[in-house]
Design a binder for this molecule. Sequence first.
Ligand code: GDP
Ligand code: MG
Length: 452
Amino acid sequence: KQSKTSQIRTPIVCVLGHVDHGKTSLLDTIRGSSVVDTEAGAITQHIGATIVPIEAIARGNSSLAKMQFNIPGLLFIDTPGHHAFTTLRARGGSLADLAIVVVDINEGFKPQTIEALQILRNYKTPFVIAANKVDRIHGWRVHENESFATTFAKQNERVQGMLETKVYELVGKLSDLGFNSERFDRVRDFARNVGIVPTSALTGEGISDVLMMLIGLAQRYMTDNLALSVEGPGAGTVLEVKEERGLGTTLDVILYDGTLSVGDEIVVAGHNQILTTKVRSLLKPRPMSEILIEDKFERVKSVAAATGIKVAAPKLEGVIAGTPLRVVRGENRDEVIEKVMSEIEDIQVTIADEGIIIKADTIGALEALSKELDAQGIGVLKAEVGPVTRHDVIEAGTIKNPLYSAIIAFNTPMLPDAVDTLAESPQVSAFESGVIYQLIDDYVEWRDEKKR
Ligand code: GDP
Ligand code: MG
């Protein structure tokens, strides 16, 4: 149910793309110097995330300043990459409402760019492309923090032509992958076309356009998804499980719905078990101005979605990243436990009669891998979170069709005894990588070699 006001929660944004194309720099530029700004509307650092309020975005953008908004701002997940995106799993989908895919305009698409696009397609997540490092185009004249239109108009014809050519190369590549796209200022229908924004994370050029595009996507296409109650019992996803000195095991949680308070009973999940505990403290990073205070964290009594928060509580040792966290309040505890269990069991992996064995480090990663295998018509016989074990190798060895005697390990290691067993099992092959696209290529190559 919608609350009395038309307020909707802050959309959650992830940044994906190939290594070194500028994901971290882009996030840093978005967070910008205004992190130290203490006025109202200042950008605030949360655990694992940064909230950029709409006022801060509009401040540097005259066309935005005139518009009406019903979203409070954008919440950027601080860890870039597809891994964070897939870890942030909620209700079988991704927690991220929107994404930015960063691509170095001078290098074009690379394996992880393609992987990011495949993941976003599988999760049906709207995104914009930041065609980054435009300042590296030969002859580019920098106009710091200007919008794309302003800086583009001030480039000479040769540079403009070069940028157009590079954008069209991206459009062509995207079309091969099944996406219609256009330079963002030429897109009429954002539901059908992906917008490409030329940017420089280094000089800030085009960054305001990226933010404006994200807001546009959120306003137009996501209001239903975003119209969640910010008042009910909290629901979130565990981003990381961390040891903190003096606090023990803590959870970095992205709260996407409701409120979470000190003293709340929460339900979380570990390997094959559900646990309940009581929140002892809720911790936020200290503002930059108080950086000299020894205690890294500031304690708060209560928080509301969407936000990133560190949760300290007893018994958190076995909790795994990517699993849900829910508050017991009003509802009966068993029902909440039931909900958490069904969210975990609801791993969206299609199991075939014939197929390979897949392993990954988190539920979300497993799901992302399985979706891509499914899209490529490769069957999965078994899918599990965790490292590759000796048992997995033995099981792969018993698979009748030799083309499926393979194990794909995504972001997860092989245990030493699995390596030993593998050495004694010439019919079984195992593929390890942090890139889904790479894993599938390696497997397909191995399989096609065997077919001959
Ligand atoms: P990530 O691996 O995708 O997070 O990439 P980084 O943000 O770490 O950037 C990789 C390198 O590219 C760093 O040396 C950055 O300073 C540089 N870089 C990132 N964005 C830009 C840009 O827009 N222009 C230029 N010239 N360099 C950039
Ligand atoms: Mg980085």
